[in-house]
Design a protein around this ligand. Structure first.
Ligand code: COA
Ligand code: AMP
Length: 631
């Protein structure tokens, strides 16, 4: 087995050879003769002359190879008390049937389909059905409200929306259909049809655009796989930036399939027939890559879990799932482990299950705090692997690659850059910093296959957001350092993006909502440290002169407004009316200083502050810290 150093060196010295070799892990209709196409740099393309179908690689390929009876997908839903296993052959047939439904509705290659669904197998079926016919899916996380869905519908301009009547959050039924209806109302773009999966927990009234999932599938002609260019888009996944307008991250077909397939063995050490349980949501990149595409590309079994790590029915569900299905690799966000630890600090529930098959725990989505790392390591006695990546990158940038070589762990670091990722740390002038010094974490272009080639219909924003800060580098938006042993430490975002329970959110987007309230003169939203969710947003507003309403009334209205406009996932539960916001002499709100004070850091008053008394008056409000769930 080559060492990490050898593999990494080959990826930098011979990237063409390295990625063409990796491309052999995929079935091509037309095999690529070249890996990287730099002709339109910085819009790099991978495998420019290759043709393939990603759904074929995820399903048909394994059936054709005689493994149709093997489990492809396990659906486990403690919130509905149901579970089901789908073999590769059965999943292929279901996907082909639903692909036929989409074709019947006029969806073809390049058309967009928005998927707004809870964690049910039909969400996976809808995604793969799009891939099968060359359509482009855009999955919207179920915790977003109608307005956010409408914004995405207007940007992606889907021919069809696929949804469900409801989701289940703990014991609560969350009707999705009314949200879908108001999103379609709000959006300027009108989809031609909405396919709705009726769930028994809430049966929705069909509207004029609606097509019933079950009835449509019964009548559909199964659709075959369509060959597409490797550079064709597979999906658009919207993610938070610094404003309320989400960025439509584009994912290509060929580069993504190659990178994911490669990562399954090299990083996650999961092969055909082995079981991967990624406890996330299909609405996030982690769900796209490691619930849906990568495990199926590798011929493994993927677990689709509908529920929380704690609550319904208890905090032992991850262990139950691990035992029941023989999970080898479990992947979730650190916040899930903090939630379990809070309820079961001694790990008594874990000890009730046979976790003999569980070989690795992978964590990502936010910084893995050393305390959670140590707790999980001691509890499970297996490698606990922190790894760092983003919606934009599609797969990990930095990880401890279990299938190549397990490096000694340094708590707080996701370890080393993976092959293809040339990670650097720069100072504001664009100069490399010394080992151990903090700066902006960037990636030298070109990025490896799988990383975003651009933003949907917005090449300019792609360049402005990611490529313009440092010439020749992709700006990750994260700050941190690389130590003398090459270990990368990712310390946090350098922009207004926050991470709440592993969910990426924009404080700028929340400020836009608060500012729209008629009583609000100005506002600031900051992310403050939270022992369970990592970060939670807090809002501070100054009211217009002469507003007669009680501050508490306005505060409650503002909390509700954010929930209505962005969605419950925003988790903004604390908005305070204050007399003034601290600013620099040029009028910029001192959000970073506010955040430092709220996090209990010993923040000195910056020299640029306009009026130090404003900051002093705010200190007691900032340091009052209701924890998640208290409000
Ligand atoms: N549909 C509708 N509502 C949703 C939703 C969905 N798919 N997902 C979340 N919500 C709602 C929640 O019910 C909650 O509503 P509430 O304020 O009325 O209680 C709100 O959005 C916030 O959700 P969340 O931040 O997830 O908080 P939580 O208290 O429900 O759960 C954790 C906290 C830590 C248990 C949970 O976030 C978790 O397991 N996270 C780890 C896994 C993960 O999802 N990672 C993502 C990237 S890897
Ligand atoms: P998302 O695009 O939703 O996956 O969020 C990406 C962001 O989450 C990154 O830019 C980081 O800020 C954060 N993040 C993800 N994984 C890690 C990690 N292992 N360590 C530190 N931060 C992380």
């Amino acid at each position: 087995m080559p060492s990490y150093e050898e593999v990494f060196r080959r990826s930098t010295e011979d990237p063409e050879g390295f990625w063409l070799d990796a491309a052999r892990g995929i079935d091509w209709d037309v095999a690529p003769t070249r890996a990287l196409d730099p002709a339109r740099a910085p819009f790099y393309r991978w495998f420019p002359d290759g043709e393939l179908n990603v759904c074929h690689n995820a399903l048909d390929r394994h059936v054709d190879a005689g493994r149709g009876a093997q489990d492809a997908l396990v659906y486990d839903s403690p919130v509905t008390g149901s579970r089901r296993t789908y073999s590769y052959a059965e999943l292929r047939d279901r996907v082909a049937a639903f692909a036929g439904v989409l074709v019947g509705l006029g969806v073809g290659r390049g058309d967009r389909v928005v998927v707004y669904m809870p964690m049910v197998p039909e969400a996976v079926v809808a995604m793969l059905a799009c891939a099968r016919i060359g359509a482009v899916h855009s999955v919207v996380f179920g915790g977003f409200a109608a307005n956010e869905l409408a914004v995405r519908i207007d940007d992606a301009r889907p021919k069809v929306v696929v949804s469900a009547s409801c989701g289940i959050e703990g014991k609560r039924v969350v009707p999705y259909k009314p949200l879908l209806d108001s999103a379609v109302e709000l959006a300027e773009h009108r989809p031609e049809a909405c396919v709705v999966l009726q769930r028994p927990e809430y049966v929705a009234e069909p509207g004029p655009l609606d097509v019933d999932w079950e009835a449509a599938v019964r009548e559909a002609e199964p659709a075959p796989c369509v060959s597409v260019a490797a550079t064709d888009p597979l999906y658009i996944l919207y993610t938070s930036g610094t404003t309320g307008k989400p960025k439509g991250v584009v994912r290509d077909c060929g580069g993504y399939a190659v990178a994911l397939r490669w990562s399954m063995e090299a990083v996650y050490d999961v092969g055909p027939g082995e079981v991967m349980f990624t406890a996330s949501d299909v609405g996030w990149v982690v769900g796209h890559s490691y619930i849906v595409y990568a495990p199926l590309l590798a011929g493994a079994t993927t677990v689709l879990y509908e529920g929380k790590p704690v609550g319904t029915p208890d905090a032992g569900q991850f262990w139950r799932v691990a035992q029941e299905y023989g999970v080898k690799t479990l992947f979730t966000a650190p916040t899930a482990f903090r939630a379990i630890k809070k309820v079961d600090p001694e790990g008594e529930l874990a000890r009730q299950y046979d976790l003999g098959a569980l070989t690795y725990l992978f964590l990502a989505g936010e910084r893995l705090d050393p305390e959670t790392y140590h707790w999980a390591s001691e509890l499970l006695g297996i490698p606990v692997v922190d790894h760092w990546w983003q919606t934009e990158t599609g797969w990990p940038i930095v990880a401890n690659p279990m299938g190549i070589e397990a490096a000694p762990v340094k708590a707080g670091s996701p370890t080393w850059p993976l092959p293809g990722w040339d990670v650097r740390v720069l100072d504001p002038a664009g100069k490399p910093v010394a080992a151990g010094e903090d700066g902006a974490i960037v990636v030298k272009l070109p990025m490896p296959p799988g990383a975003l080639p651009t933003l949907w219909n917005d090449d300019d924003r792609f360049v402005a957001s990611y490529l313009s800060a440092y010439d020749g580098f992709y700006l990750t938006g994260d700050g941190g350092h690389v130590d003398e042993d090459g270990y990368v430490f990712v310390m946090g975002r350098t922009d207004d993006v926050i991470n709440v329970a592993g969910h990426r959110l924009s404080t700028g987007g929340m400020e836009e909502v608060l500012a729209a309230h008629p009583d609000v003169a100005e506002c600031a939203v900051i992310g403050v440290a939270d022992s369970l969710k990592g970060q939670v947003p807090r809002g501070f507003v100054v009211l217009k002169a002469g507003v007669a309403s009680e501050p508490a009334v306005v505060e409650a209205e503002l909390v509700q407004l954010v929930r209505d406009r962005i969605g419950a996932v925003a988790s903004l539960k604390d908005v305070a009316v204050v007399a003034a916001l601290p600013k620099t002499r040029s009028g910029k709100i001192l959000r970073r200083t506010m955040r430092g004070i709220a996090d209990g850091l010993d923040e000195p008053v910056p020299s640029t502050v306009d009026d130090a008394t404003v900051l002093d008056a705010l200190r007691p409000v900032l340091t009052r810290r209701p924890s998640a769930g208290e409000k």
